[in-house]
Design a protein around this ligand. Structure first.
Ligand code: NAP
Length: 277
């Protein structure tokens, strides 16, 4: 039985709250969340959270929301730092963490080293979720600090599994993760925008084009996931010689579509590295 405390009740904290609620407060027989605390500085945001129908159904005994970071850090067995990266220094200065207590930071670019130095004795995990966590279709990468126990890592995994999939990586790969899955949804949204525009230019209505674009992206991702087949094999499956797909791919190759995506991920990863320094 565990108390979880969020410091910062923004979009990502809200997604996790919904995820925990969706799991019925239980992550397996031996792990139950007994209470959730949310400390949020922004009054309007606090009011919004209290009114959110998905969150308001939580019993007042199960969910307590107020603004007192120190208190939340003290009362919770697991503390989740869910403020913007620039607000992290103020928060770590303010709170005290008992020796061995699990702190999970979702702040992009804030290193384990920094967190361990600022919160001596804490067991720290860095998490990089992504935007689709808001609809429980996220992918979160976790990197653990040196004194994290297996039990604590399992807890973090199960927590983020409530909003999607989870992988564990070495911290040095966090910039790559940020460039790929962190920023990646934006590349896919751009693709949906472009596919929709193409459909409209070919006389489909906006609604029709948008539906076709979204379902195509979703369906292709689902096929790759559920069949487990390499994307290359699936691509070849839909590309018959001399057919329509081949004509489309020819243009993408001429315009260096793959190279552009690869460069985009690398540029985002490089920016992530620079920002975290
Ligand atoms: N959203 C994503 O897709 C995503 C993906 C990966 C990682 N992350 C990381 O997740 C973290 C949170 O992101 P988010 O999108 O949830 O941001 P957000 O919506 O801005 O949430 C942060 C909340 O914390 C509040 N806050 C600021 N300072 C505080 C303090 N000292 N004590 C308590 N609360 C405080 C903010 O209030 P104010 O608005 O008044 O400042 C805001 O309501 C960020 O560090 C980000 O890097 C987000």
């Amino acid at each position: 039985v565990t108390e979880i405390g969020f410091i910062g009740g923004g979009k990502m904290a809200e997604a996790l709250l919904k995820g925990i609620h969706g799991k019925g407060f239980a992550f397996g027989p031996e792990l139950r969340v007994s209470k959730i605390f949310v400390s949020e500085i922004n009054k309007a945001r606090l009011q919004y959270l209290k009114k959110d129908p998905n969150i308001a159904i939580l019993d007042k005994k199960e969910l307590l929301q107020f603004y007192d970071n120190k208190q939340v850090a003290k009362l919770s067995e697991v503390v989740i730092l869910a403020v913007k990266p620039q607000d992290i220094p103020k928060v770590v200065e303010e709170i005290e963490i008992d020796k061995g207590k699990l702190v999970i930071s979702i702040a992009a670019g804030i290193s384990l080293n920094y967190l361990q130095r600022s919160l001596p004795g804490a067991a720290v995990i860095r998490a990089m979720p992504n935007n689709p966590a808001l609809v429980s279709a996220g992918i979160t990468s976790l990197a653990q600090g040196n004194n994290v126990t297996q039990k604590q890592l399992d807890l973090a995994k199960r927590l983020f599994e409530s909003v999607g999939e989870v992988i564990v990586v070495e911290e040095k790969l966090m910039d790559a993760v940020t460039g790929l899955s962190g920023s990646g949804p934006a590349y896919v949204y751009l693709m949906i925008e472009a596919l929709t525009k193409a459909g409209e230019e070919l006389q489909l209505s906006e609604k029709q084009a948008k539906t076709l674009a979204i379902e195509t992206v979703l369906g292709a991702a689902k096929t790759a996931k559920e069949t487990g087949k390499p994307a290359k094999e699936l691509r070849e499956m839909v590309t018959s010689p001399g057919g329509t797909t081949m004509e489309g791919l020819k243009v993408l190759n001429e315009r260096k579509f793959s190279e552009a995506l690869i460069e985009a991920v690398k540029a985002a990863a490089a920016k992530s590295k620079k920002l975290s320094q």
